[in-house]
Design a protein around this ligand. Structure first.
Ligand SMILES: Nc1ncnc2c1ncn2[C@@H]1O[C@H](COP(=O)(O)OP(=O)(O)OP(=O)(O)O)[C@@H](O)[C@H]1O
Length: 229
């Protein structure tokens, strides 16, 4: 079980790649609707932490609790199902399906969860409007800008109304103006749907978007007192 009030919590996470330590006894927890920014130098373990929290990679030691589940105790199939229904993902380079239009990309996770095509496309259209990219709904990823692609990726991540959104440098490939807009849209939409957000970012103005910041350094997590970033 997760500790009282928290949605997702990790205890004693350790992960080593060969000789390279990536996580060294990490504790982490996030509440429903909370936006936590994960900062830290390159190679400090931020992506590894995000991947462990999302059940994409298994830690060598430690556990991740999500509600009544221990992610590490679930089978691969159970973890995949949970990721599909409860988690949303945004990566640095949208990772949209190149053969599908923007609309089809956003409708895809809804279709995979069993929503009928018409209804999935109706909801997808609403998300594209909300992310201000409805004009490119019929274009494929090769025919849109990087900023539009990231907005579509955010729409796709939120369309299934996930409880947790994992965003790994979602604005890393964008100029600062576009980056700030995407972060605003992502965090506003998450707050409206009470989704928690684990946000790995180098964005300097991160405090404007997050409720709390943590810093990962040498595989360990340090909470940042407010105002120090
Ligand atoms: N698949 C892998 N195989 C081997 N080593 C890895 C692998 N993934 C990460 N590492 C190593 O683990 C450490 C932590 O990497 P991680 O990607 O979690 O850091 P990060 O803080 O997200 O870095 P960045 O900000 O550069 O993306 C680094 O030393 C990295 O080289």
């Amino acid at each position: 079980m997760t500790p009282e009030g928290s949605l997702l919590a990790a205890e004693g996470l350790c992960k080593t790649y060969g000789e390279t330590p990536a996580l060294d006894g990490v504790e982490f927890s996030i509440h429903p609707g909370e936006v936590v920014a994960v900062m830290g130098p390159s190679g400090s373990g931020k992506s590894t932490l995000l991947h462990c929290l999302a059940g994409i990679i298994a830690p060598d030691a430690g556990t991740v609790h999500y509600g009544p589940h221990s992610l590490t105790a679930l089978s691969d199939a159970q973890r995949s199902a949970l990721r599909r229904t409860d988690f949303g993902f945004v990566f640095q380079f949208g990772q949209l399906v190149p053969e599908l239009t923007a609309l089809e990309n956003v409708a895809l996770p809804l279709r995979l969860n069993g929503t009928k095509r018409k209804e999935a496309e109706r909801q997808a259209r609403e998300w594209l409007e909300r992310l201000e990219v409805e004009k490119v709904q019929d274009r494929r990823p090769g025919e849109i800008s990087g900023g539009q692609g990231q907005r579509i990726a955010v729409a796709r991540a939120l369309a299934t109304r996930p409880r947790v959104v994992f965003a790994d440098e979602p604005t890393g490939a964008l100029d600062s103006l576009n980056g700030e807009r995407v972060l605003t849209l992502l965090t506003d939409a998450a707050r409206d749907t009470n989704a928690a957000v684990v946000l790995v970012t180098h964005e300097a103005r991160v405090a404007a978007y997050s409720d709390r910041e943590i810093v990962v350094r040498d595989g360990k997590v340090k909470d940042m007192p407010a105002g120090l970033l």
